[in-house]
Structures are given as structure tokens and as C-alpha cells.
Design a protein around this ligand. Structure first.
Ligand code: PGA
Length: 241
């Protein structure tokens, strides 16, 4: 287990340093299997990767991209589809062909989610998981309580997650109430995890997740049990101001 925490000056520095980590994974394996979170925090990192790709400094086009989470009952044409956001902000700018996207099962039963988890394990697991952290300590939509054995599954979104996702879609009314998420168990098997957090509003939860006890009440605290975790924070997320 190796947990490294780096505190950087600001959001742009976190995005650049995060892009260095992803570029390192691509250099070692151009066909790496990557889980790329949506949400606001990693967008600067994805923009930086796109800039490097446009400048010919990086070729990400061989990556296989796996969904971290998706709203239940939201089709691919819906503007709120997290797969759509992933294509717009990550795959298309990096020229990753659509057939390299692996979608989560939708509207499935628990046997189908278990089959999905098995298929990922049989393919060799994820090489890199890029994560943000929710104000309630969720990673993906692993809402508390969720422990290290949580499988891929459908979940009800917590009021905290609905409130914090309202900014993506205009209002809380627009946020779907249920979602599908890769489980913590599958995420923890990844070769490498990259967690990004910025802003003073993340300070309390970042400290609980990284420095507090490992507990289902803070799903991100299970990162303390992962093989290799790189945490990149801006000063506000670490200091609270
Ligand atoms: P954010 O979301 O990056 O938009 O803050 C993080 C999350 O809820 O996982």
C-alpha cells in the first residue's frame, strides 16, 4: 500500500500534475484501462491532456475507457447522461474511438452487475482510476454507508449528492434520484488510483477520508487500503482556506 498526498498551489497545478500521472500511465501502457470520473474537479486535468494531445505530446487514442457511474433511467441522448459527458470531455478531445468505451450495465439485476465485475477482473482489472470526492465522502456513487466490499450496483442518491450535483444540471429537480456505480471493491483492485480534490468546501471530507478511521460512513476512507493512491489537493482542500 502506498498513499502519497501532494498539496499544490491551485486548481491549475492539480490539473497539470494529474495530467503528468495519467501521461505516465499511458507511456507505460498505451492501451491502459482507465476509469475516468465525471464531475467538475477532473475537467481541468482532462483539458490539460487534450492540450497535450493537440500539441502532439501525448497519444491517448489507444486507451480503453470505463464508466465510473451513470444515472439510472437516463438514456445516452439525455444531456445528463454521464456517458455523454465522458465522451464530450474526455474521449473525443483525446481522439479515443467510441468503441473503446465500456459502459456500465443499465437497468440490470444484481447478477448482471456481478457478471460485469467478474469480466473486469478477468480482463486484468483497471490500470488507473481517476476520482473526485463528494461532500459526503462518496467515490463514484458509493454513497455512505458503503464499505470496501461494495460491488457494482444500483443505488439511491443521497440528499447531499443530489444537492451537490444540482450545479451540473441547473437545479436539484433535474438530478436523477438513482444511479449505477462501480463498487468500492472493484475500484480498490485498480493498479493505481488518482484522487483529486480542490476548494475549501472539500477540506473537512478530505481530512476525514485520508486521516480518519476507515469507515463505511466515509466511503473514500477505503482508499487508505488501496495498493497505490496518489492524492492531489490544492491548498484550500488541505487547509480549509
Ligand atoms: P465535483 O464532484 O468534482 O464536481 O466536486 C465530485 C463528486 O461528487 O464525486
Amino acid at each position: 500500500m502506498r498513499l502519497s498526498i501532494t498539496i499544490l498551489k491551485d486548481y491549475d497545478s492539480v490539473s497539470r500534475e494529474g495530467a503528468d500521472v495519467v501521461a505516465g500511465v499511458i507511456a507505460a501502457n498505451p492501451a491502459a484501462r482507465i476509469v475516468a470520473a465525471m464531475g467538475d474537479t477532473p475537467q481541468g486535468l482532462y483539458g490539460e491532456l487534450a492540450r497535450r494531445s493537440d500539441a502532439g505530446e501525448l497519444d491517448a487514442s489507444g486507451l480503453f475507457v470505463y464508466q465510473l457511474d451513470e444515472y439510472a433511467g437516463v438514456g445516452p441522448e439525455d444531456p445528463r447522461s454521464l456517458a455523454g459527458w465522458l465522451v464530450r470531455s474526455f474521449m473525443r478531445p483525446l481522439r479515443i474511438p467510441p468503441e473503446n468505451l465500456v459502459l456500465l450495465p443499465r437497468d440490470a439485476d444484481s447478477a448482471a452487475y456481478a457478471t460485469y465485475d467478474r469480466s473486469i477482473a478477468e480482463a486484468g482489472g483497471y490500470d488507473l482510476v481517476i476520482l473526485g470526492i463528494g461532500p459526503n465522502g462518496h467515490i463514484g456513487f458509493n454513497e455512505p454507508p458503503a464499505d470496501g466490499s461494495a460491488p457494482t450496483r444500483a443505488v439511491a442518491l443521497s440528499p447531499a449528492s443530489i444537492a451537490s450535483s444540482a450545479r451540473y444540471w441547473g437545479s436539484a429537480d433535474q438530478v436523477p434520484r438513482r444511479a449505477i456505480t462501480v463498487g468500492i471493491a472493484g475500484l480498490l483492485k485498480a493498479r493505481k488510483m488518482l484522487l483529486l480534490a480542490c476548494g475549501s468546501h472539500k477540506n473537512e471530507i478530505v481530512r476525514r477520508a485520508l486521516l480518519g478511521p476507515v469507515t463505511a460512513e466515509v466511503p473514500a476512507s477505503y482508499l487508505q487500503e488501496a495498493d497505490e493512491v496518489t492524492v492531489l489537493l490544492d491548498r484550500a482542500a488541505w487547509n480549509g482556506s
